[in-house]
Design a protein around this ligand. Structure first.
Ligand code: C5P
Length: 242
């Protein structure tokens, strides 16, 4: 079989040239990193689970009218996606205090926020993805006012939908990260949801026990990473009951 051209290799995924112009193949690795890649490891089977979980969530989001880069899953570790120009901003949505917010403000993890918070981080590994405001984003031209509005609007819709989806299976959606991309059509562009949605980029706590079912198990050396990801997939109906 002819080798496909690799377009990009990230920490948890590889992008290959797709079969048609304007498409890419997104391959999910088992590699895990944390703290801006200072901590590295492997979670056996993570790529397969994240591919399925992300496929499921992107399909549901597509069904409620959120435009995404997802086209279809190809096999255990790969999905066909639309090629986009990635907006260099990570959009973080928070419902509950955890992680960097707890640390930064000295507020106890698990504190329910009176309203949802949206934060923006500039995607730059060398700088450690610094927190930025909309003023920085507009000033440096990382996104336009309209794009920022579209991203925030979609982030809130994704949060509303996913909070309900996870609540229905006994999971509290604490926070999560989204990435967006631009699709060009002649001189016009529009913003669509890109990257992945999986326990790698979400905090998911069991509603009864408070158990963490996400990448914090790896970040905090709690163990049981694969079991946690499997539990999320199982509750979403993607694995046989067991
Ligand atoms: O670390 P922090 O508390 O800021 O993370 C907020 C949320 O964004 C978490 O769900 C985390 O998994 C996700 N995140 C991510 N990639 C990053 C930073 C944060 O997926 N580079």
């Amino acid at each position: 079989m002819a080798r496909r051209r690799q377009i990009y290799e990230g920490k948890a995924k590889i992008l290959y040239e797709g079969p048609e112009p304007g498409t890419l193949i997104q391959y999910f690795k088992d590699d895990a990193t944390a703290f801006n890649a200072q901590k590295k490891g492997t979670i056996n089977g993570k790529g397969v689970l994240n591919n399925r979980i992300s496929e499921h969530i992107f399909t549901l989001l597509g069904n409620i009218g959120i435009p995404t880069h997802f086209i279809r899953r190809l096999n255990m570790r790969e999905q066909l996606i639309r090629q986009v120009e990635i907006v260099p901003i990570e959009v973080v949505v928070r419902n509950v205090v955890a992680g960097s917010l707890a640390k930064k403000l000295g507020i106890e993890e698990g504190t329910q926020l009176p309203r949802t918070i949206i934060e923006y981080y500039y995607k730059d590994d060398a700088l450690g993805d610094p927190l930025v405001t909309d003023e920085h984003i507009l000033c440096f031209g990382w996104a336009s006012q309209e794009e920022l509005h579209d991203m925030a609007d979609m982030a809130i819709r994704v949060n509303d939908f996913m909070s309900g989806l996870f609540a229905g299976i006994g999971i509290r959606l604490v926070d999560f990260k989204l990435e967006f991309g631009r699709i060009w059509d002649n001189d016009y562009s529009r913003i669509i949801l890109a990257d992945e949605i999986s326990p790698d980029g979400c905090r998911l706590w069991d509603m009864v026990s408070g158990e963490k079912l996400d990448k914090d198990r790896f970040r905090r050396d709690l163990g049981g990473e694969v079991e946690a990801y499997q539990e999320v997939a199982r509750r979403l109906g993607l694995l046989p009951e067991g």
